[in-house]
Design a binder for this molecule. Structure first.
Ligand code: BGC
Length: 757
């Protein structure tokens, strides 16, 4: 009895406490959403959670894709489908997009509650699937610019052109850690460093979404793929990964946490499994971490078919229906189904059976409808064709050109062979010389980018850009090899004999996702042989690497006088390269990944500090070129590295300043990178970590002082107990070739697993 009284008393106190707490204010949009949800049937709600691909509602007549009247009626009026994605086959022009989207929205307007459809697309380097759009360098190259402003601007332009295609939802940016060069999606990432990814990610998201995502020039961003996608054990796409929680939080999670802070409205889930747990089945990741810790309140959408794969691939669901139950209960809001309506049917049954609660459904639908309201889709489901006069304009093209110019990274320039004089006789060779596929990569006009030569016919391949720059009469072209086999190699070798210099363009053919899986990171043998044979002519080789990931090129590269990493520099990449080769632009890119030298040494720059003080003892870290490396045609000198105090305490800020002088003859841009290292910590500290960067312009002789601010939080790491901590101790700051040490002293006691305090 006494017990009952105590419990009742506690309940009363709890109730009073709850009452006393200020109620969270319900925003106007939340109120609208709640009112709408109150009117919805279960079927209408589950329809909102269903996303199908455009094939489901289209017919394809003689290669022309049209919305099919019966199929769209079935999708909207029978299944109340809330979202459609993708294209059928190839890029459309804006007029065709208008027809597609307005037909869909007209159907949605016939449904009882007239809820607009949210159309999604992978506009990952510009609006991929619209002809005449501005295609930027791929993310890996955007990261190489080390220039947040240009990445932000590219985000704004992409958003403008995506809305100009009547689409309000962009499945970008990729925030995955580009950790393993084996993985075929490296080019879609901002590289291997968590700080670079998180700052670039926030820059592009704020570009996509602007201050008001409802206006006609902005779109909802979709950060992807949450979480731990970038490091599969096999290196192959969508294969299992083993990532301890500590590593997940140290390297993989921060870009997503930052993106949530930047306001990203939606998130897409990783198709893979980590430590045996598919992300689509992980309540811990999708609810506890994403909602509980990161406080994300937008839509969580699956990746392609991934609920079905819980049964078919991962075998954690005995039936397809169980797969739906597991995923929705874990925290999935919308299923990219994408081909039929079983998700819809099973989910309705599961709610009737009490296996998925109505509260979970309402929560998911609330998030979806809220984004639709925030995008202004209820007022403006389609958009006005006349509102986008800048689509594909020179103004936008110039931003893409500038991005490509700032991305392209000069890795070697023996005896200053570059820039070349414009009157030299050039042999252009190699398989990446004369195809836009090697500049644009995947996700360009089509999923695999195989039609870029047709759709980007007005753009310049590397060869065409060189011809344009110095006149066709100065240029001979003999490819000498395809991507993986020889092709009239002797013709190339003979032509080299009459040339002053060989511009040898090696690299990769366009690919996307699993199609880009490789068994060998080495560049295909035919390309290396071509380099070796051309080298025998004694003519200097300028090696251009047009590739989505750092393929091992060590033998071929040993023969070059100059080496340029072009990444996938986009539609203006050919012109940017020609500008750099012939001195009309000064290169300023820096590697956002470690360029490996050997296939058995694929270690990132922030590797563990295992050298034992012996510099020859590389412990697997022995790159061809280091993360952050990149040359210029001018020279920069660093001096006066100054820290505001020798000892940093809690709640204090350390100001770090450094002078950078252009000591050469040409104007140039320099990315100033600041790294820190902790000398000793409770777990083996990373060798060094990027903590800040800035890009500056310097005229010859000019000096600028760059200032960075560091707080104890910037020096933190995730400890043995998966807690983010900053431990007291000695730190080293490195900027350019300069180094300064300081101490951090803390009043906080930090427990670790060893029992030490
Ligand atoms: C990719 C996603 C993409 C989706 C829709 C998937 O195969 O993994 O990155 O957004 O397709 O096209």
């Amino acid at each position: 009895m006494k017990r009952i009284t105590i419990v009742a008393g506690l309940m009363l106190i709890n109730a009073l406490l709850l009452q006393a707490q200020p109620k969270k204010a319900v925003s106007a949009v939340d109120k609208k959403v709640d009112d709408l949800i109150a009117k919805m049937t279960l079927e209408e709600k589950v329809g909102q959670m269903t996303e199908v691909t455009s094939d489901v509602v289209s017919t394809n007549k003689n290669g022309v894709h049209l919305i099919d009247a019966d199929k769209i009626k079935e999708a909207i009026l029978k299944y109340h489908v809330g979202s459609i994605l993708n294209v059928t086959g190839h890029a459309y022009d804006r007029k065709h997009w208008y027809e597609v989207v307005s037909t869909i929205q007209a159907e949605a307007a016939k449904d009882r509650l007239k809820i607009p459809v949210i159309y999604g697309i992978d506009a990952i380097h510009g609006v991929t699937y619209t002809t005449g759009s501005t295609l930027f360098p791929q993310e890996i190259a955007m990261a190489a610019t080390f220039n947040r402003d240009i990445v932000h601007r590219a985000g704004e332009i992409t958003a403008y052109e995506t809305r100009a295609s009547y689409i309000p939802w962009n499945y970008s940016p990729v925030l995955d850690l580009g950790k393993s060069p084996l993985w075929p999606r490296i080019y879609e990432t901002f590289g291997e460093d968590p700080y670079l990814i998180k700052t670039m990610g926030a820059a592009i998201i704020t570009g996509y979404q602007g201050n008001d995502v409802s206006d006609k020039y902005h779109v909802a961003a979709c950060m992807k793929h949450y979480l731990g996608y970038g490091d599969p054990l096999s290196g192959k796409d969508r294969t299992p990964a083993w990532i301890p929680d500590r590593y997940m939080r140290e390297y993989f999670l921060p870009p997503f946490a930052e993106a949530v802070k930047a306001g990203a409205r939606t998130i897409m889930i990783n198709s893979g499994e980590i430590n045996g747990v598919p992300l689509h089945a992980s309540k811990y990741m999708l609810t506890d971490v994403l909602r509980g810790e990161l406080h994300f309140d937008g839509i969580a959408v699956t990746d392609w078919k991934d609920i079905e794969y819980l049964h078919d691939r991962h075998h954690v669901a005995a039936t397809q229906k169980d797969a739906v139950m597991i995923a929705v209960n874990a925290g999935v809001d919308m299923s990219m189904v994408p081909y039929e309506y079983t998700f819809y049917n099973y989910l309705i049954e599961l709610v009737h059976e009490g296996k998925v609660s109505m509260a979970r459904i309402n929560e998911a639908v609330h998030r979806i409808l809220k984004v639709k309201y925030q995008l202004g889709l209820f007022e403006r489901p389609v958009g006005n064709p006349d509102d986008y006069p800048k689509f594909g304009s020179d103004e936008f093209r110039n931003v893409s050109l500038q991005a490509a110019t700032e991305a392209i990274t000069l890795l070697k320039n023996n005896n200053n062979i570059l820039p070349l004089k414009k009157d030299v006789k050039v042999l252009v060779a190699g398989p990446t010389a004369n195809t836009m596929r090697a500049l644009d990569g995947g996700w360009s006009y089509t999923w695999q980018g195989e039609q870029s030569d047709k759709f980007a016919v007005n753009k310049h391949t590397i060869l065409q850009a060189i011809q344009q720059k110095i006149g066709k009469e100065h240029v001979t072209f003999e490819p000498g090899a395809t991507f993986d086999s020889q092709q009239n190699m002797n013709d190339a070798v003979n032509a080299a004999k009459n040339a002053d210099v060989i511009v040898l363009c090696l690299g990769e053919m366009s690919y996307t996702e699993n199609v880009g899986n490789i068994d060998d990171l080495n560049l295909p043998a035919a390309q290396t042989e071509l380099a070796m044979e051309l080298a025998k002519t004694g003519k200097p080789i300028v090696l251009i690497l047009a590739e989505g990931r750092p393929r091992i090129v060590t033998r071929a590269e040993s023969k070059s006088s100059a080496t340029i990493m072009a990444y996938l520099a986009g539609n203006e990449g050919g012109d940017a390269l020609a500008d750099i080769l012939f001195g009309d632009a000064n290169p300023s890119g820096r590697l956002p990944v470690t360029y490996p030298q050997y296939p058995n040494s694929l270690v990132n720059y922030y590797r563990k500090n295992l050298e034992n003080g012996n510099p020859d003892d590389k412990h697997g870290y022995n790159p061809l070129y280091e993360f952050g490396f990149g040359l210029s045609y001018t020279t920069f000198a660093y001096s006066n590295l100054h820290i505001s105090k020798p000892t940093l305490s809690d709640n204090e800020t350390l100001t770090v300043s450094v002078d950078v002088k252009n000591t050469g003859q040409r104007a140039g841009k320099e990315s100033v990178l600041l790294y820190t290292s902790q000398l000793y910590a409770s777990i083996a500290p990373d060798t060094k970590r990027l903590r800040a960067y800035d890009k500056i312009d310097l005229q010859p002789g000019e000096t600028k002082t760059i200032t960075f601010k560091l707080t104890p939080k910037d020096l933190s790491f995730v400890n043995d107990l998966s807690k983010t901590v900053t431990e007291a101790g000695e730190f080293k700051i490195q900027v350019g070739n300069l180094v300064q040490n300081f101490n951090y002293i803390s009043n906080h006691d930090i427990p670790d697993r060893s029992g030490k305090l």
